[in-house]
Design a protein around this ligand. Structure first.
Ligand code: ZN
Length: 383
């Protein structure tokens, strides 16, 4: 069995050990067993440690049959002593996220009684799934309380309770645990069964930042970031906001008002654009008067405008087609008060690489952009 140095000293970043076994795993990869290790194997939502072992890179660490297996990219010789070096920046960040998660989950548990049923350290955020719903406002209150626990800088304790204590101790647990029960306790925040590594004091977490709350299964998924990762994410958001402020030439405090004004202006312009498109359409429609098959194209018509225009154009006509849009594909609406246009639409779409459908008196869809006269000729021949 490997001696777990990470439980004896969670801050051990370097150590010496003897190689007990080294067996090939796949092309260029070996599995190494040591007499002792400070490399934490993946477990309980905590990432495995990476780093170097002798002259090899440690690519992954797993626990199997009570052993800690190090996946490395160079062969090591059994019996030889090697120096292990853990990627400390990564491990410390993981401990910040993990310790922060304990505080947040512990506070949710004591206030709402919900359990954390899924914990994941992702590349974007740390997520916790709770088996009950909390609102964004409640999550923000927990965020504040959690940060107060950080500022109080209380020690994070570990202990293995004796059988008697175990019977009466109240703790959070993800599953029934057999054998030694390792408890992590953060006074005022959490008591939980956990086999991960944690910081010595809450102050080292630095900060917990709530990113969001989403409905998930029968509860919620809460996303947070802790420590330096929270700072880095904040910087990214700030950099984006600065770009927005520069684009808007606005000060941060009235940025929302400027965006609102722009959106209102956009809405007005869209309305004016729609009006002009309809005016243009009506002039075109005038010229179609008297024709049995009427066809009008208008670049500025989109969406509902195309259907409305086709409805108008069809008054007194056998068949009316309106196409709209400025791209290579245009929207169309085919309309008739006298015939079911659906069979014709199928052939029409086939002829002009499009697709569409609808009701007997009107179909809508998209086709390749075509000359108006080409479309008219086709409709006259195929109606
Ligand atoms: Zn833990």
């Amino acid at each position: 069995m490997t001696r777990r140095l990470y439980y004896e000293d969670e801050y051990l970043g370097q150590f010496d050990a003897t190689v007990r076994e080294c067996r090939p795993k796949s092309e260029g990869k070996w599995i190494v067993l040591l007499d002792q290790t400070a490399f934490f194997p993946e477990g309980g939502g905590q990432w495995p440690d990476l780093g170097t072992l002798g002259g090899a890179n440690v690519l992954d660490v797993h626990e199997r049959n009570g052993e800690v297996e190090h996946l490395v990219d160079a062969e090591l010789t059994p019996g030889v002593q090697v120096h292990g070096c853990i990627d400390w920046e990564r491990r410390f960040s993981v401990m910040q996220q993990h310790s922060g998660e304990h505080i947040f989950s512990g506070l949710v548990h004591s206030r709402f009684g919900y359990d954390n049923v899924g914990f994941h350290i992702g590349s974007e955020a740390v997520t916790m799934d709770f088996n009950g719903e909390i609102t964004e406002k409640e999550a923000a209150e927990i965020e504040l309380a959690a940060n107060r626990v950080i500022y109080s800088n209380v020690p994070i304790e570990h202990f293995i309770p004796d059988e008697e204590t175990r019977q009466t101790l109240e703790y959070r647990s993800k599953k029934e645990i057999e054998g030694d029960l390792r408890i992590v306790r953060i006074p005022g925040a959490d008591t939980c069964a956990c086999c991960g590594t944690h910081l010595r004091r809450t102050g080292e977490i630095g900060q917990i930042r709530l990113l969001g709350v989403q409905k998930y299964k029968s509860g919620v998924r809460v996303s947070i970031l802790c420590g330096l990762r929270a700072l880095m994410a904040e910087r990214q958001v700030q950099a984006e906001m600065e770009k927005v402020h520069r684009l808007l030439s606005s000060r941060p405090e009235n940025c929302a008002a400027v965006v609102k004004q722009l959106l209102d202006e956009r809405k007005d312009l869209q309305y004016q654009n729609g009006q002009m498109a309809m005016q243009f359409f009506e002039r075109q429609a005038q010229e179609e008067q008297g024709q049995a098959v009427r066809v009008v194209h208008c670049d500025a018509l989109t969406g509902d405008g195309v259907a409305r225009a086709a409805g108008k154009l069809s008054e007194g006509a056998e068949l009316a087609l309106v196409t709209g849009g400025a791209g290579d594909d245009v929207m169309f609406a085919l309309c008739s008060g006298q015939m079911d246009v659906r069979p014709l639409t199928r052939a029409f779409c086939q002829a002009f690489s499009g697709k569409g459908g609808g009701k007997p008196d009107m179909t809508q869809g998209k086709i390749r952009r075509m000359e108006t006269e080409t479309l008219r000729k086709w409709l006259q021949e195929n109606r």
